[in-house]
Design a protein around this ligand. Structure first.
Ligand SMILES: C[S@@+](CC[C@H](N)C(=O)[O-])C[C@H]1O[C@@H](n2cnc3c(N)ncnc32)[C@H](O)[C@@H]1O
Length: 185
């Protein structure tokens, strides 16, 4: 995995950070068999990492960028649990419910994705949302585009926090770039 991680970093692919993916990986220790949907494959680092967990039986992972999808497919040869799909998460129609739905794709319009995908979560399942503190602590120059995305994600984080007044348990962790874990009450 370390070699593949370095390959991703060399190609400037924004992969899940170490503590974040380790935290997510160990949530599956509490599951017997888990079926996962991931939004945002990139080159497939997170899905390959998670697929090593014995409790995970299947990961469907969505990527809309055809070039990245092609690289992911190449590196997923021999992976029997991972099913990559070259499609936008806004267009994909799930045919099943999942134990875990990972939000690690587009950083705008995530409220729309939440409305769409939360209906496909199994009752005991959880939604994992990465990068909730996007560009809060960064050395990168804050271009107009980055400022826009930062504001969109901050608004989405507020939306997530308010879900705890409704039918969701919301856990927010300020680890790495910030992530949330949501479960139905
Ligand atoms: C943060 S990267 C994913 C990293 C990956 N999960 C990992 O840790 O290895 C986000 C990816 O989401 C993809 N993406 C952006 N918008 C998308 C959409 N509407 N549907 C599916 N994927 C999308 C981007 O092309 C990018 O590759």
């Amino acid at each position: 995995m370390e070699k593949f991680k370095q390959f991703n970093l060399e190609h400037k692919i924004p992969i899940m950070r170490d503590k974040t993916i380790d935290f997510l990986y160990h949530i599956f220790d509490n599951y017997q068999i888990a079926q996962v949907l991931e939004i945002g494959t990139a080159y497939g680092y997170s899905s390959k990492y998670l697929a090593r967990h014995p409790s995970i039986s299947k990961i469907i992972t969505l990527e809309n960028d055809t070039e990245r999808f092609g690289v992911a497919q190449e590196y997923m040869k021999g992976e029997t649990k991972i099913f990559p799909v070259n499609i936008s998460a806004f267009d994909y129609e799930p045919k099943q419910d999942f134990d875990c739905i990972i939000f690690d794709g587009p950083k705008s319009n995530q409220e729309k994705l939440f409305a769409k995908y939360s209906t496909h979560l199994k009752p005991q399942g959880f939604i994992f949302i990465d990068n909730l503190n996007l560009f809060q602590k960064t050395d990168k120059p804050m271009t107009k585009n980055r400022i826009k995305l930062k504001d969109k994600v901050a608004a989405f984080k507020q939306f997530i926090e308010k879900l705890s007044n409704q039918s969701w348990h919301v856990e927010i962790h300020d680890i790495d770039d910030g992530f949330a874990i949501l479960r139905r009450k």
